[in-house]
Design a protein around this ligand. Structure first.
Ligand code: PGA
Length: 222
């Protein structure tokens, strides 16, 4: 089943808006439960309330980050068991964390292995910068990120692992490769594509609904 993941990033800024958005997502996911897996990734502080609202909705919940240790003196961090208590999924290695928080391939590998060992599903993000793209190095950079990120994983882990390829030059730019309602079809029709990780367009329930429905239709015809 394809996965449509909604990465809300650092939005919205209040709980009422977050819960309204969840209700919108639940409404669209309801009719698609047997054809598309829908997962939402709110900020940490909204996870508990969102989890309560999602009970028996079929919509999955995920965190946008996780730490690699299981507990201890790591101020500000959240452990895999803490995430697992509320969520089925976690995003690891998003390019914004690599860029603004200095996450390295080694940290991504440790987070990925720790999350998988706690029975979480992992969306590991990879993608090349504009310079790499211009220099024709996309394949080389992305393969190296995948290899490094999976360094501590076993073949058994692959069932709970998703690789999200997001060219860094496209994220949030509206340029091609940044998933929106009006272009999602061209991506989900690609033979090796098993779903989409949606950023900005997941904050508008109608736009997100269109993305879920298009994905469902395309996969329904495969
Ligand atoms: P975007 O972000 O859809 O806003 O480009 C995608 C992402 O960063 O996950």
């Amino acid at each position: 089943m394809p996965l449509v993941a909604a990465n809300w990033k650092m939005n919205p800024n209040n709980l009422d808006d977050a819960l309204d958005l969840v209700r919108g997502v639940m409404a669209v996911a309801r009719g698609q439960a047997d054809r598309v897996e829908v997962a939402i990734f709110p900020p940490f502080v909204w996870l508990s309330a969102v989890s309560d609202l999602l009970v028996e909705s079929g919509v999955k919940l995920g965190a946008q980050n996780v730490f690699w240790e299981m507990s201890g003196a790591f101020t500000g961090e959240v452990s895999p068991p803490m995430v697992k208590a509320l969520c089925q999924w976690v995003i690891v290695g998003h390019s914004e964390r690599r860029l603004y928080l200095g996450e390295t391939d080694e940290m991504v590998a440790k987070k990925t292995a720790a999350a998988l060992s706690s029975e979480l599903g992992v969306i590991m993000c990879v993608g090349e910068l504009l310079d790499h793209y211009d220099e024709g190095k996309s394949d080389q950079i992305v393969s190296a990120q995948v290899r490094a990120g999976l360094a501590s994983c076993s073949a058994d882990d692959s069932a709970r692992l998703v690789i999200a390829y997001e060219p860094v030059w496209a994220i949030g730019s509206g340029k091609n490769a940044s998933v929106k309602a009006n272009n999602v079809q061209q991506y989900v029709e690609l033979p090796l594509c098993d779903g989409v990780l949606v950023g900005g367009s997941s904050l508008d329930a109608d736009e997100f609904a269109h993305i879920v429905k298009t994905t469902s239709e395309v996969y329904g015809h495969r």
